[in-house]
Design a protein around this ligand. Structure first.
Ligand SMILES: Cc1ncc(COP(=O)(O)O)c(C=O)c1O
Length: 390
């Protein structure tokens, strides 16, 4: 390992941006059309083809995608939407934004995903949708969730912010449920800086999410600025302004072309971590269930209870001292003052999430990681474990 690598350390994430992407964005900026237009349309078509979904509609973020999807499936006042307690605030905040009530459920100990048994217990006559989050890229148990939703007449809206590309029983995430929401935020497996995509099965839903995500205006409203377009438009729904720009789509199109190779790099890093940490019994390593294709957005390890002289905070600090960026996914929602107050959610109702939260650390995992950086992470983790073993 060179001194430069040691000095520089390894950030938690660095976006994987190619020179061709920089040029494509610059070319779009010079083209005279920088907001939603032909590049967005092309990106939607290419994304749907990649997933094997009948359609895809681009939006400005996964948060926007979730909000539009909840409104499109008519989740509103008096309705309940079941989701996981272990997620980013956007998952639950958009349920509240739509006017419905988030019903939080506990997670599985090995995947950190919503526990289907807890979902079953949470279903009521008011359940309007189930909103699974594929944490870190490991798909939830979609057959059980789909069956539960069907038996309660509820929609399934997937939060796939972490799960591109991923699959469940050989079916791509994005081609399974009513609606699936992806994120192209700076840290995600495919990024456009900020951005999102909704995919779906029902062709009628495509027009509906297109309307709701663009002022409630006819889907091709942007065409009114083109030569072929007309000045006339009608607002037919209550809508929001959640469109993606052509600059972002230009980047997304090229990211999509590199998705398979970026994914291969993530998998190689995961394989290297798995083998380098296999003998460290103080760590519990992430595992993919055999029937899923894992997107490996995150590599989440857990510290085995009582195995080290330091706690999770100490572990994070020791890695930071060695220049390694880490994160925690997630602070369970009930630990945030807002959700505690708004939903009356208490830690005692979520024993698995509490245990996982106390012991989990996300290590750096990004496709632009060099071999040298990978070795730096491995050496630092091994060093911290060895130095603090009981
Ligand atoms: C699980 C999950 N859902 C939703 C989001 C929101 O995504 P975006 O930043 O694209 O709005 C994130 C963002 O990190 C996330 O981690």
């Amino acid at each position: 390992m060179s001194d430069a690598a040691v000095q520089k350390g390894v950030p938690f994430c660095r976006p994987d941006v190619s020179a061709a992407e920089v040029e494509a964005v610059a070319e779009t900026m010079r083209s005279g059309w920088i907001t939603t237009g032909p590049k967005v349309k092309k990106f939607e078509e290419a994304f749907a083809a990649e997933i094997g979904a009948p359609w895809a509609v681009a939006v400005s973020s996964c948060t926007a995608a979730l909000h539009v999807s909840l409104v499109a499936t008519e989740c509103g006042a008096g309705d309940e939407v079941i989701t996981t307690v272990n997620t980013f605030t956007a998952t639950a905040a958009t349920i509240i934004q739509a006017g419905a009530k988030p019903v939080l459920v506990d997670i599985e100990e090995d995947t950190f995903n919503m526990d289907p048994l807890a979902v079953e217990r949470a279903c009521t006559v008011r359940t309007k949708a189930i909103l699974p989050v594929h944490l870190g890229g490991h798909p939830c148990e979609m057959d059980r969730i789909g069956t539960l939703a069907k038996s309660h007449g509820a929609a399934v809206i997937e939060d796939a912010a972490h799960s591109l590309p991923a699959s469940f029983r050989k079916k791509s995430i994005g081609a399974i449920s009513d609606l699936t929401c992806f994120s192209f935020y700076a840290t995600k497996n495919l990024t456009t800086g900020e951005g999102g995509m909704i995919t779906g099965i029902d062709p009628a839903m495509r027009d509906r999410v297109g309307l709701i995500g663009y002022h409630g205006m006819s889907r091709d409203g942007w065409r009114r600025y083109l030569d072929k377009g007309s000045w006339y438009y009608e607002i037919v729904e209550h809508g929001f302004k959640y469109n993606l720009t052509d600059m972002a789509a230009a980047m997304g199109l090229l990211q999509l072309e590199r998705l398979a190779s970026m994914q291969k790099r993530r998998e190689a890093i995961v394989a290297a971590f798995d083998s380098a940490f296999a003998d460290l019994d103080a760590l519990i390593l992430p595992r993919a269930r055999p029937h899923v294709g894992h997107a490996w957005h995150l590599y989440i390890i857990r510290l085995r209870d009582g195995a080290l002289r330091i706690d999770r905070e100490g572990f994070i600090r020791a890695l930071a001292d060695r220049g390694i960026g880490t994160s925690v996914h997630f602070i369970p929602l009930y630990r945030h003052p807002f959700y505690r107050k708004a939903l009356g959610a208490e830690p005692s109702s979520f024993p698995v999430a509490e245990r996982v939260f106390a012991s989990c650390v996300s290590l750096p995992l990004f496709s632009a990681m060099t071999d040298e950086e990978m070795s730096t992470v491995i050496a630092a983790v091994r060093d911290v474990v060895k130095a603090n073993r009981r």
